[in-house]
Design a protein around this ligand. Structure first.
Ligand code: SF4
Length: 457
């Protein structure tokens, strides 16, 4: 028994001990029917070749690690930014455990969401009973001010009608009639987490602003989009406060996913006040900080509220300049010297570090708006993007990216790949050497693990 209770050894060290190495070898030789190591090595090397890359890109019927999340993840993210809101997912419990885990693990913060735990009987008879009972229990147990309902694939395949179900649940007395229960259908077999964010944001605005048209409040609405860097909300608020611009960040997750550790658990830290969301219909304009996570929301605001919308991405010098100048134009407020000085410091820092980035090759993947902003900043720094991959990007995104890349001397050799996955990306990486990779932590590990593959950043 190699493990000693007085000195517990980490599994990585433990499995190197003789008892385990023998056990693994016997399993491998006698039961797994595995190929010889040399053959595995040969095939592994072949998967890094041009021949394999061509076969990989000819693939049609299989996706390998698509680098996108399910729609309900985005819907939950939008909902959690509103004061005391409990996301309620109509569908399977396992899906919701994954969404909560994903967000909790990323932020190292608790993430609350409930599911209606649909199982086989609901798959046959529909999920109405699950919805009624689930809403009742969730409301009594967790006392939210709003419950935001979205769906998993199961409820969508069955065809559950959320609007009718919520009405029935209210009529059955499961929750008070005046409790806001916005909803969004979020089937994950189309779109991604960014689509789910858009659907839920539209659902929340539709629910909370209905019949609230009143006097203009002179404010600007800011919709951040599926931006997981929640500190960005704080920075945008700071800049708007310095400019003395009255504003509402619609769905502000910065306190929810970055809450202070004061020893007490708060189920609903921070978030945009419900009355502020209700008043967004009376704002001067709505500024969205992402384009591809707010398409339906912007269409709704423009057509139903008759309110102007703008997409402005305050990332890098150009993006932030455009943002501040547009806010100044909309509100008539001037850009204060304080922000001009900060801009000068940023340009100075960029100039100081330019030599380290200029001419370096980059491969990038991620969500459409994140990629756009990161690429824009890299071009400002003289970096040369080579491959840019976006699984959940569409033709509009590709065209927008190519316009930006063509306009810069550093973007001439870049290729934009849409609707490709991370196995495609691996093939692209294996053809390159001495370049940097902009990606998430998993890919950083992956980059290190892959022999002969380029370095990660
Ligand atoms: S793809 Fe559908 S079934 Fe799978 S985890 Fe996402 S929501 Fe659930």
């Amino acid at each position: 028994m190699p493990q000693n209770p007085d000195k517990i050894v980490d599994h990585l060290e433990l499995f190197k001990q003789e008892e385990y190495t023998k056990l693994f070898k016997n399993k491998h030789d006698q039961f797994e029917g595995a190929h010889p190591d040399a053959e595995i090595e040969r095939v592994s090397e072949w998967t890094k070749s041009w021949e394999y890359r061509e076969k990989n890109f000819a693939r049609e019927a299989l996706t390998v690690n698509p680098a996108k999340g399910c729609q309900p993840v985005g819907a939950m993210f939008a909902a959690l930014g509103v004061e005391a809101t409990l996301p309620f997912v109509q569908g399977s419990q396992g899906c919701v455990a994954y969404f909560r885990t994903h967000l909790s693990r990323h932020y190292k913060e608790p993430c609350s969401a409930v599911s209606s735990s649909m199982t086989e009987d609901a798959a046959v008879f529909g999920g109405l009973n699950n919805m009624i009972e689930g809403l009742e229990v969730a409301y009594k147990l967790y006392k939210p001010k709003m419950i935001a309902v979205c769906t998993t694939c199961m409820a969508e395949v069955i065809g559950d009608d959320l609007g009718a179900f919520i009405g029935s649940a209210k009529n059955a007395g499961a929750v008070p009639q005046n409790l806001p229960v916005p909803f969004a259908h979020t089937p994950s077999f189309v779109g991604s987490h960014t689509t789910g964010y858009d659907n839920m944001m539209k659902g929340i605005l539709l629910n909370l602003t209905e019949g609230k048209k009143g006097k203009p409040n002179g404010k600007i609405n800011i919709i951040s989009g599926f931006d997981t860097y929640v500190g960005n909300n704080r920075e945008v608020k700071r800049m708007l406060n310095v400019m003395d611009v009255a504003h509402t960040i619609v769905s502000d997750t910065s306190d929810y996913f970055d809450s202070p550790n004061d020893g007490d658990f708060q189920m609903y830290p921070g978030g945009t006040k419900i009355e502020d969301v209700e008043d967004t219909i009376n704002a001067k304009a709505t500024v969205c900080l992402q384009r591809y996570t707010t398409q339906k929301t912007r269409e709704y605001i423009e057509k139903t509220w008759k309110q102007d919308t703008k997409v402005l991405r305050p990332f890098g010098v150009k993006g932030t300049d455009e943002f501040l100048m547009a806010i100044s134009e909309i509100t008539g407020k001037s850009i204060p010297t304080e922000l001009e000085i900060e801009r000068g410091r940023l340009v100075d820092a960029m100039t100081d570090s330019y030599a380290w980035i200029h001419g370096k090759k980059f491969a990038i993947y991620g969500d459409p708006d994140l990629i756009y902003s990161v690429t824009s900043f890299l071009l400002e720094m003289g970096a040369e993007p080579v491959h840019i991959l976006c699984n959940n990007g569409d033709q509009e995104f590709k065209a927008e990216m190519e316009t930006m890349l063509k306009a810069s001397p550093f973007g001439q050799n870049a290729t934009v790949w849409i609707q490709k996955d991370l196995w495609h990306f691996r093939s692209l990486m294996c053809m390159l050497s001495n370049h940097f990779l902009c990606s998430d932590g998993n890919e950083l590990m992956w980059g290190y693990q892959e022999r002969n593959c380029p370095k990660s950043l």
